[in-house]
Every structure is written in structure tokens, then in C-alpha cells.
Write a protein that binds this ligand. Structure first.
Ligand SMILES: [Fe+2]
Length: 514
């Protein structure tokens, strides 16, 4: 167990100084709206110009990612090409054609969020949030809608002045069916925005009942305990401490726990894990860099190996001061699959990269499933890590009924690099009891995060849903697979009349939001 590193002089941000700089320059704070999103776990920083940057990006350790033609003209970055490119229209379509047979028990809304910039963006993670939803009922696909999330960024057509956080975020990373039956869009930077599941319209900012204690930023990856219904989550600070805060919301949406945690600097922390009694945080050496932000970097984080990496274990009911840390090898993790207690050990399965936001071109690094085993003697933590598979897996999805409990199954998207871009081309079911991987190869379609809608009592019994992009037609489908027989491919495909760009994370809202 070790103490977190102490803040260094150059990691302590003087917010007043920052505000003065922003007030003097034409840059504003657009460049600070860093949106750390999600994906295949294969990305690094991208010093392409941002929409807000009127000055060149500052010196960065990251290499340029924008290719050039022979005459030197820049070509589009991969997140501006193919099915990464945004769409402009908001579409409503009813009575969608279905190929195959939709399971009648699928009664609810599948909805997925993503970054959909309305002006050129300097990074895949940066752009207005757009949700795409399909309402399924009685074996029919009743409607499809896509809607921008009505944040101030959307309403004003540009990033509002002022520091990022609170209302000032894109809400573009995930959508979660959260406490008090609320449907929340989350963006990691900024607070949640609530949607109406009946038509995907934006209700407004959601800061929890008894709010006011909620900090500026909320992770896009909260965890809902299947036994208690409590939502555990965290936020990290960019400009000033606390740089990490652990939260718990009651099932009725009341914010009942706010616990600042001492860490040495503002680092990008995209996800975490919970057991039935612990919150597990991972901190890697990806530091928020004010100079990069002021210089107009779309993603102002830098790889700083000397900062080190560590895992923090904190009781779900505990004080932030009681967090215990164990040092680990440098690397980076966007997404965890699950965590659970096993005797005096905590098992955490994650999709791990060797590094990120370093010199490697954005999007080229592979993510692999690793198992962290943390032995907890009560006073001391020890750590070991093993790679579980060589497949390039990310977008992990655990049966939500097993969050924090021993799980045998994991669902993933499997990625390839095509024309320089990370593309999900298979959906995968991995059985940890045997290590066996079963995959559907996508039949030439390009895929997204697999989402499990439970049906039946056993782990992994249910339906696996993902948007799919058909390059031939340029249109999207919603594929539905039997999660117990992934290799058989879709039992049904809902054909959509439009393209659905690659995005990040989705959820299922059961029942009847009309
Ligand atoms: Fe994510």
C-alpha cells in the first residue's frame, strides 16, 4: 500500500490565472472542453486543430495524426471519415422493416450515445452528444429516432465561455437508465443531462435530488448495485482539487454520499469498478495539461510515465480519506468489465493498453483483456496482473445483474485497424470458466458495443444488441443476437433508413415509455 504522490508545483492549477488568460485571448475555454469518451481502448492524443482553437496546438508529446496528400494538403482524420463521420439530420421513422424474428419479449427502448460534431472536431471524443434509439415491442420495431442532446453547446452553436464542467459539457459518451427511472446522458466532463425516453428529447441538466453537492464532472460509467439499487460513481476535477470524488446516489435519486479522494494531480479516469463492498479506482499517468489546453489541444492530456500508476480501494460506504492504494505498472484502461471479491482477493477484469496519449498515433494501440488480482490482508494490498486473451477486445459488457458479483461471462466488441481506424468487426462472448471465446464475425458489417438485455434467470441469458453499419448501403441496422449462441449471428436485424455513426455506450430502458 502506498500513499498517492503529492501534488507537484506544475500540476497545481491556478484557476484565477487560467480565467485571466481566457479573458485576454481569443481562445476562450472551448479548447478546455475535453471529452474523454470511450471506444476500443486504442487511442492516443490528437493534436489536430479544434473548433475552438484559433492558435496552433501547442507543443505536444503526441505525434500528428492527420495524414497528408502528396501535395501537402491535409486529409481527414479517421474520426472524420467513413462511419465515424457525423450526421446532420434528426430523423424520426416508424414501423421499421425487420429481417428475421424480433423476440416478442424485447419490450423497451435501446438507446446509444456518441459524439456527433456539428463543426470540424479535433478528436473523436469531441462533439455534440447525439443519441440514437429504437423502440421495440411485441416483435415489432416501432420507431427510430436520433436526437442531439440539448446542452448549452448545442443550443448556442459553440462552447459557452467559462471553464468546462457543470452544464458545460457535450454529454456525448454514454446513456444510463439511472436512479429514479431517469434516463441520463453522461459525458465525463460535465454533469448529466436527462432525456425523455418517449421521444429522446432533452429534459435538462440533472444534478440529483438534494443536489448542489455534485461536482463539475460525472463519469460516463456509473455502476448500479443490483442488490441495493444504489448508483456508485465518481468525477474527476480538471482545474482544481478535489481531483477525484466518490459519490453514491440512492435509488430515488438522492445524492447521499460525496467523498473527495486525495490524488496528486488531475488525471484522466474514464471508468472504475465496484464489488459488493468496494469501489476500485485506477489512476494512470495521463495528466491534464493546462498548457495544452490553452494552446488549443482538443485533448489536452499528456502521457507522463514518471507519475506512475496505482489502484485505489475504498469501501462503498467509506470516507475518501480511507482509500488504500497499491502501485502497478504503467498502462491505461478505459473500460473495466467487472470486479468482485473472492476470499481475501479482489478480482478486476479490465481492457488494458500499454499506454495512451503518448507518441503513438491516435487509434493504433491495442486493448487486451487483463485480470488484476488484488490481495487484501485488511491492512495491505498486493497486486498481480495477467493477460487473459490475445484478441483485441474492448467495449466490455457484463450482465448487469452480476455487477460487483462473481461473473463467468463477458461480452465485448473485437476490433481491427482498417485504413488506420479502429473498427469493431466482431461481437464476442468469453466464458471465463474455460477461457473460450465465441464470436460472430459480423458478416462484413461494422459494429459497436454489445449490450445485453436479460431474458431468463442465468448469467448471460438474453439478447445482445448492437448497431451495425453496412458499408454497401451506407445505412444502419440494429442487430439482435441470442447471447447464448453468439456465433449463430443475428436472430433479427432492424433496418434503419439512415446511417448511425460509430458511437460509444448505450442502455436498455425496459417497459413502456410509450
Ligand atoms: Fe467508455
Amino acid at each position: 500500500v502506498s500513499r498517492p504522490p503529492q501534488p507537484r508545483d506544475d500540476s497545481t492549477v491556478d484557476r484565477r490565472h487560467l480565467l485571466r488568460l481566457a479573458g485576454r485571448s481569443a481562445l476562450g475555454f472551448g479548447a478546455l472542453s475535453v471529452l474523454a469518451a470511450c471506444g476500443d481502448g486504442a487511442r492516443t492524443s490528437a493534436p489536430a486543430p479544434t473548433r475552438a482553437a484559433r492558435a496552433p496546438a501547442s507543443t505536444s508529446s503526441a505525434s500528428a495524426v492527420t495524414a497528408s496528400t502528396q501535395d501537402g494538403e491535409p486529409t481527414a482524420s479517421w474520426w472524420e471519415r467513413g462511419n465515424f463521420a457525423p450526421v446532420t439530420a434528426e430523423t424520426t421513422a416508424h414501423a421499421l422493416p425487420v429481417e428475421g424474428a424480433l423476440p416478442p419479449e424485447l419490450d423497451g427502448l435501446y438507446v446509444r450515445n456518441g459524439s456527433n460534431p456539428r463543426s470540424p472536431a479535433g478528436h473523436w471524443f469531441v462533439g455534440e452528444g447525439m443519441v440514437h434509439g429504437v423502440r421495440l415491442r411485441g416483435g415489432r420495431a416501432e420507431w427510430y429516432r436520433n436526437r442531439f442532446v440539448r446542452t448549452p453547446v448545442y443550443e448556442q452553436g459553440e462552447l459557452p465561455p467559462g471553464p468546462p464542467g457543470y452544464a458545460n459539457g457535450y454529454a456525448n459518451v454514454s446513456v444510463v437508465h439511472g436512479p429514479a427511472d431517469r434516463l441520463l446522458c453522461l459525458g465525463e466532463i460535465g454533469q448529466p443531462y436527462e432525456l425523455d425516453p418517449s421521444d429522446l428529447s432533452t429534459i435538462g441538466l440533472f444534478d440529483f435530488a438534494g443536489g448542489g453537492a455534485l461536482g463539475p464532472n460525472v463519469t460516463a460509467h456509473p455502476k448500479i448495485d443490483p442488490a441495493t439499487g444504489r448508483m456508485h460513481f465518481f468525477g474527476y476535477g480538471l482545474l482544481e482539487p478535489p481531483f477525484l470524488v466518490s459519490y453514491t446516489a440512492a435509488p430515488d435519486g438522492t445524492l447521499e454520499r460525496v467523498e473527495p479522494i486525495g490524488v496528486g494531480a488531475s488525471t484522466m479516469i474514464h471508468d472504475f469498478a465496484v464489488t459488493d463492498r468496494d469501489a476500485i479506482f485506477w489512476e494512470f499517468p495521463v495528466l491534464f495539461d493546462l498548457d495544452l489546453a490553452i494552446g488549443g489541444e482538443a485533448m489536452p492530456f499528456r502521457w507522463e510515465p514518471s507519475y506512475g500508476s496505482r489502484i485505489g480501494v475504498l469501501a462503498l460506504e467509506g470516507s475518501g480519506a480511507d482509500v488504500r492504494w497499491v502501485e502497478i505498472d504503467n498502462g491505461f484502461v478505459f473500460h473495466g468489465l467487472n470486479a468482485f471479491r473472492r476470499g481475501d482477493e479482489i478480482v478486476v477484469d479490465v481492457c488494458r493498453l500499454d499506454s495512451v496519449f503518448d507518441d503513438a498515433p491516435f487509434g493504433t494501440q491495442a486493448s487486451h483483456l487483463h485480470r488484476w488480482t488484488i490481495r487484501d490482508t485488511g491492512t495491505q494490498l498486493t497486486f498481480r496482473s495477467e493477460r487473459l486473451d490475445d484478441a483485441q477486445l474492448d467495449f466490455p459488457f457484463v450482465d448487469r445483474r452480476f455487477v460487483g458479483r462473481p461473473n463467468a461471462l463477458g461480452f465485448f466488441a473485437e476490433f481491427e485497424h482498417l485504413d488506420g481506424a479502429p473498427i469493431a468487426t466482431s461481437l464476442v462472448r468469453r466464458d471465463d470458466r474455460t477461457g473460450a471465446i465465441e464470436r460472430w464475425d459480423g458478416a462484413g458489417l461494422q459494429l459497436g458495443e454489445p449490450l445485453l438485455v436479460p431474458a431468463g434467470d442465468g448469467e448471460g441469458e438474453g439478447w445482445l444488441l448492437s448497431f451495425a453499419h453496412d458499408q454497401a448501403s451506407g445505412l444502419a441496422g440494429l442487430v439482435v443476437l441470442d447471447a447464448t449462441n453468439v456465433r449463430a449471428g443475428p436472430v433479427a436485424t432492424v433496418h434503419l433508413p439512415v446511417r448511425v455513426p460509430f458511437g460509444f455506450h448505450g442502455t436498455w430502458v425496459p417497459g413502456d415509455p410509450t
